[in-house]
Design a protein around this ligand. Structure first.
Ligand code: 5GP
Length: 204
């Protein structure tokens, strides 16, 4: 079973980075502003392709009501997150709206070693780190049809404070301005069309 942390007997985490590097064509980054619908789209994609792995990130954010530890995220303390950074256990990480988010290396290395495609659903700063370290990874950006739709979606979750919503919207504008950095942009207007485009991009 793949665990979040590496065991003490594992000599160096760079082994994982090397393993991933050799198969980095199997990595797919799906970025796009918070609330754009990355999670929903991925849920549908996985129904079509159960063989694809979606990375489970570590975060210091508190779980939302419907979220399950180990399934949606590994919900961990800031202290533990800092230890993961200093031990080199994260493939990339970033701060977002007051919390930290990062991709654990070990499960990704295990999946790509088995020939699996792996999707990282991450924000812009992390996507840039992946692009720099793994230029063969495919980079896809999901755009909202417009900013009003994005705001409505963030609000509809009903679990973020006004301040958190404002932080997410401000960050969304920065992210949208960077959409051109990605190999491909998909507009999430109709779920069906966006899903077909994502499917084609991933399998190409
Ligand atoms: P949320 O709090 O809405 O679940 O996520 C906030 C943002 O963090 C989203 O844009 C999401 O894609 C991004 N995110 C989730 N996991 C990671 C991660 O491991 N690394 C980075 N860089 N961003 C992440």
């Amino acid at each position: 079973m793949v665990t979040l942390s590496t065991s003490p007997e594992q000599p160096t985490l760079d082994v994982f980075a090397e393993q991933i590097d050799r198969r980095s064509g199997r990595l797919i980054v799906l970025a796009g502003p918070s609330g754009v619908g990355k999670g929903t789209l991925l849920k549908h994609l996985l129904q079509r392709h159960p063989d694809i792995k979606v990375s489970v990130s570590a975060t210091t954010r508190r779980p939302r009501l419907s979220e399950v530890d180990g399934q949606h995220y590994y919900f961990i303390s800031r202290d533990r997150f800092n230890k993961m950074i200093s031990r080199g256990e994260l493939l990339e990480w970033a701060e977002f709206a007051g919390n930290c988010y990062g991709t654990p290396k070990a499960p990704i290395a295990a999946a790509v070693a088995q020939g699996q495609r792996v999707i990282l659903e991450i924000e812009l700063v992390g996507a840039r780190q992946i692009r720099k370290n793994f230029p063969d990874a495919k980079q896809i950006f999901l755009c909202p049809p417009n900013v009003a739709a994005l705001e409505a979606r963030i609000r509809s979750r009903g679990q973020d404070s006004e301040a958190a919503i404002a932080r997410r919207l401000a960050r969304a504008k920065t992210e949208l301005a960077a959409a051109h950095e990605f190999d491909q942009q998909i507009v999430n207007d109709s779920l069906e069309t966006a899903l077909a485009e994502l499917d084609a991009a991933i399998l190409s």
